[in-house]
Design a protein around this ligand. Structure first.
Ligand code: HEM
Ligand SMILES: *[C@@H]1O[C@H](CO)[C@@H](O)[C@H](O)[C@H]1NC(C)=O
Ligand SMILES: *[C@@H]1O[C@H](CO)[C@@H](O)[C@H](O)[C@H]1NC(C)=O
Ligand SMILES: *[C@@H]1O[C@H](CO)[C@@H](O)[C@H](O)[C@H]1NC(C)=O
Ligand SMILES: *[C@@H]1O[C@H](CO)[C@@H](O)[C@H](O)[C@H]1NC(C)=O
Ligand SMILES: *[C@@H]1O[C@H](CO)[C@@H](O)[C@H](O)[C@H]1NC(C)=O
Ligand SMILES: *[C@@H]1O[C@H](CO)[C@@H](O)[C@H](O)[C@H]1NC(C)=O
Ligand SMILES: *[C@@H]1O[C@H](CO)[C@@H](O)[C@H](O)[C@H]1NC(C)=O
Length: 548
């Protein structure tokens, strides 16, 4: 018992040691998509895979699912990787490759049309494809798939090369070797994929015949097409399988039969007899599949949940020598407690700490998020700001440089300081959005008033935003995100207010609105002494009133 507790304490240490340092806009976004699954502040899009038989196209065909389509899309996108020259891989090039016979079926269009709603300048199309596949596997009974971020989108089709059912075993072995997988990996990866979904008549009419009276049919690989399990292996080994790529009437297209039997059933027998082994083997191989990217792309470390994660920490310059801070903080694996108090504590611009630099955070029981079936984690959120009216007003002469949290459980135990391993959570007060920022509906633009700390003398101040675009080719249309940087300069409309100067710029809606469901939208950035300082992302039209 004691050694078990020691082990979990050790694991916890390792977990927090591999976490990244906040803030990191890209990893913060990806971490949110991975771990803020349900409940308060959850982004939503990936959990559309649930229930696991849900399907975007309600076209009356049974046995189809988003889960299966998202997994197959990730595989077909990856399968054109070439380990020799480092080209291809999970790079979203499949958006431009839909006219190829190797990419037959409507599952790719379904996936692309749905998942691209979740992209923004920090989440590429390739990353959302990888996240979609990982989420489908994890939420539908499969293993945890360790996730790395930072995939880069191709802007054109790559070379073809996805294996097809009528290809020979030799060709399949060679194709997987080119993708970076040996024969055992090939058997495993095909089984890990084909535990979901099936083969459609409409896409493979010769492989799947339709019974009289039906237009289409989707013949499943195993009897549990919506669940990750080892039925794909056990039904095959027990000779009870209806897998259309094993028992299809035309042996030429029985690729699963040739692949699964290629080591005399050694690998499939192991999986049929040991569901846990199958699950862990798939966790490893599916992660390798998702991490197969062009060799010039550098992925992040595996993204673990941050134990303490501030979010939307937005400073607003309110005039009258003050500014206003609103925001949220998420505490990972924290149970509800009525006796707990959480304080937001800060250090000022000069490095001074003061007993008055502290404010108690608000929390209601609704501010909780969790993973599937309340696992593998639960998290509580506390707020600096609107929900409990406990906003923090800061003095412009002292400002803020970083903050941390002090937690008192109210049960007599020693209080706890959460300060990101001693670093604190940095917060730049060099540039802020001023509360006078407003939306000019007639001009379809927002007037950004930016408060600039005059003594910091930034070399550049700009607004970072994005717009959504597309690239159309014969093989399909790809979605692109263009990052827009608009310089903010002192202008005829600038004014001075105490320590801060107010600079203004009009930015058209087209520079920061697009159809994604993401909330990463606009940030104000300053270059100060070679360092890039930035505000939290915010939705200008939601955050600020109309101009009067
Ligand atoms: C030699 C390799 C492979 C061949 C020949 C192959 C062939 C096929 C075929 C013919 C279909 C039917 C598609 C449709 O009707 O729309 C299919 C579906 C599927 N494949 Fe594969 N596959 C291979 C490897 C993989 C791998 C490695 C994975 C993932 C790890 C995978 C995941 C899937 C999934 C999830 C489906 C179901 C799609 C749905 O139900 O909509 N496949 N595969
Ligand atoms: C295939 O690669 C795996 C690692 O994924 C390794 O454990 C295994 O020994 C290799 N098998 C063969 C036959 O080379
Ligand atoms: C769905 O799959 C089952 C086997 O899992 C099969 O018996 C049934 O015919 C399929 N239905 C359709 C409409 O494809
Ligand atoms: C079997 O499938 C192959 C590949 O699709 C095809 O060329 C061949 O005509 C089929 N044979 C029969 C008898 O349907
Ligand atoms: C693999 O197992 C299946 C089902 O028992 C059997 O039909 C098949 O002949 C076996 N294949 C090999 C190569 O042993
Ligand atoms: C708000 O802050 C004040 C002053 O720190 C504190 O007395 C009060 O209890 C807080 N209210 C809530 C709901 O947290
Ligand atoms: C600070 O922000 C909160 C939330 O937007 C708002 O309710 C409050 O009125 C603001 N305080 C000031 C002084 O502007
Ligand atoms: C500056 O003020 C003038 C006059 O009010 C206005 O027409 C112009 O749009 C403003 N410029 C900016 C960048 O806000």
């Amino acid at each position: 018992m004691a050694s078990l507790r020691y082990l979990s304490a050790l694991l916890l240490l390792i977990t927090s040691a591999t976490g990244y340092t906040w803030p990191n806009p890209q990893l913060d976004e990806l971490e949110r998509l991975l771990y803020d699954q349900f409940g308060f502040n959850a982004p939503g899009i990936l959990t559309s895979v649930l229930p696991c038989n849900s399907f975007v196209e309600f076209n009356g065909i049974a046995n189809r699912s988003n889960a299966a389509d998202w997994i197959r899309t990730a595989y077909h996108n990856m399968a054109t990787h070439n380990v020799e020259d480092g080209t291809g891989g999970l790079d979203a090039s499949i958006q431009f490759e839909l006219d190829r016979p190797e990419n037959v079926g409507d599952g790719f269009d379904n996936t692309i049309g749905f998942l691209t709603h979740g992209i923004n300048r920090y989440v590429s199309v390739a990353d959302i494809f990888a996240l979609g596949a990982a989420t489908a596997i994890e939420q539908c009974g499969g293993p945890k798939v360790p996730f790395r971020g930072g995939r880069v989108d191709a802007t054109a089709a790559g070379v073809p090369g996805v294996p097809e059912p009528q290809d020979s075993l030799e060709s399949h072995i060679a194709s997987f070797a080119k993708q970076g997988f040996n024969q055992t990996d090939m058997i495993t990866l095909v089984a890990c994929g084909h535990t979901f979904g099936g083969v459609q008549h409409s896409a493979f009419p010769d492989t799947v015949p339709v019974p009289a009276g039906l237009d289409d049919i989707d013949a499943t690989f195993d009897n549990t097409p919506f669940t990750f399990d080892n039925a794909i292996a056990s039904e095959y080994i027990h000779g009870t399988t209806n897998n259309p790529l094993v028992v299809g009437h035309n042996d030429t297209t029985n690729s699963d039969k040739r692949i699964f039997g290629s080591d005399n059933n050694a690998t499939m027998s192991l999986f049929a007899n040991d569901a846990d082994l199958f699950k862990s083997a798939c966790g490893t191989l599916l992660a390798r599949m998702l991490d197969t990217v062009p060799s010039d792309v550098k992925l992040s470390d595996v993204i673990e949940p941050l134990p303490v994660k501030p979010a939307s920490m937005l400073l607003k310059y309110t005039g009258d020598n003050t500014f206003n801070l609103t925001g949220l903080v998420r505490f990972y694996n924290m149970p509800e407690s009525n006796s707990r108090t959480v304080k937001f504590v800060w250090e000022d611009r000069t490095g001074k700490k003061d007993p008055s630099y502290a404010v108690e955070l608000g929390h209601t029981p609704l501010m909780a998020s969790h993973g599937l079936n309340d696992g593998p984690f639960t998290a509580l959120w506390y707020s600096v700001g609107p929900i409990t009216k406990n906003f923090t007003l800061l003095d412009e002469s002292t400002g803020i440089s970083k903050f941390w949290f002090e937690i008192d459980e109210g049960d007599g135990s020693a209080g706890k300081v959460e300060d990101q391993g001693g670093l604190g959570f940095p917060l730049a007060d060099t540039i802020m959005v001023a509360a006078t920022t407003c939306t000019d509906t007639a001009a379809s633009a927002v007037r950004f008033d930016v408060a600039v700390l005059a003594s910091a003398n930034p070399s550049r101040v700009y607004i970072r935003s994005e717009s959504l675009g597309s690239i159309t080719t014969a093989g399909g249309t790809g979605t692109t995100i263009t990052v827009i940087e608009t310089d903010v300069k002192p202008s005829e409309n600038s004014s001075t207010s105490g320590l801060y100067d107010i600079w203004s710029i009009m930015l058209p809606f087209s520079a920061f609105t697009h159809v994604t469901t993401s909330d990463a939208n606009v940030e104000i950035v300053a270059d100060v002494g070679g360092e890039e300082l930035f505000t939290a992302s915010f939705f200008p039209t939601e955050e600020f009133p109309n101009c009067t």
